[in-house]
Write a protein that binds this ligand. Structure first.
Ligand code: 1GP
Length: 241
């Protein structure tokens, strides 16, 4: 039943690194899906994440349905809101924003999600989501009305990630914010990875192959890339299988 999560763990045990392409339904037209997903299929990407901080209702379901027609990769929801939950996907990152102190994003929206998840076949993966300050105000910060953790306060980042694991979360997602000025440093990634026994996702502001490799080298199990492909699809050519 936990195929996505088990496959992530299998890959990690074999030393394989995982790359998720993030598609934001608000910035992406369904007409482009076939062309774009063909590029994803030819690349080293292993997962497709779909979601955004603010997405109009219905867009996610239409887009996920279209994506599913063209790929065998797992399609996982990365929702900014309950309205983005759709059964058409394979999995759902059930995100709790641990860096913030807004109860809506810690537990409120989750309670409202339950009725949508009734009879759902989505694989729900509890995920501790931690926003780190990265040179500009991120959409997550604006929408959730929470402050990111300072990138200089590594101990607080570590304690937050560890608290997520102790609460039973199955993944920790360290987020610099979409289009961040600076991606997360190797030092932060390494320090958090050393604290955790659960897989670590890293995303935000990564735009080059070297930055992706550095994140993997520092200990990221899954790297998420969104903006780099939105801005320049030729980036896929650097990431061919
Ligand atoms: C955003 O971590 C993801 O939530 C990806 O960030 O768009 O900067 O690649 P980018």
């Amino acid at each position: 039943m936990d195929a996505i999560y088990n496959n992530i763990q299998d890959s990690i045990s074999k030393g394989e690194k995982l790359l998720a392409i993030l598609i934001d339904p608000d910035k992406f037209s369904v007409d482009k899906a076939l062309y774009f997903i063909n590029k994803v299929n030819k690349s080293i990407a292993t997962h497709i994440f779909v979601g955004g901080s603010s997405v109009n209702e219905g867009l996610t379901e239409d887009l996920v349905s279209e994506i599913k027609k063209h790929t065998k990769l797992p399609v996982i929801l990365f929702p900014g809101d309950v309205t983005q939950i759709t059964n058409k996907a394979d999995g759902l990152l059930f995100l709790s924003l641990l860096s913030g102190r807004n109860p809506e994003y810690l537990i409120g929206k989750h309670v409202r999600a339950v009725s949508k998840l009734k009879d759902s076949s989505l694989e729900v993966i509890p995920t501790g989501y931690i926003l780190i300050e990265s040179g500009k105000i991120s959409a997550v910060e604006q929408v959730t009305e929470t402050k990111p953790i300072s990138r200089n306060n590594v101990q607080h980042i570590l304690d937050t990630a560890k608290a997520g694991q102790l609460l039973g979360m199955k993944l920790i997602y360290l987020e610099a914010g979409s289009g961040a000025k600076y991606g997360l440093t190797k030092e932060i990634i390494k320090a958090v990875k050393n604290e955790l026994q659960i897989p670590l996702i890293i995303g935000g502001g990564l735009r080059t192959k070297l930055q992706i490799e550095n994140a993997f080298e520092a200990g990221a199990d899954i790297v998420v890339i969104g903006t780099a492909f939105e801005e320049d699809e030729s980036f896929f050519d650097e990431l061919l299988k």
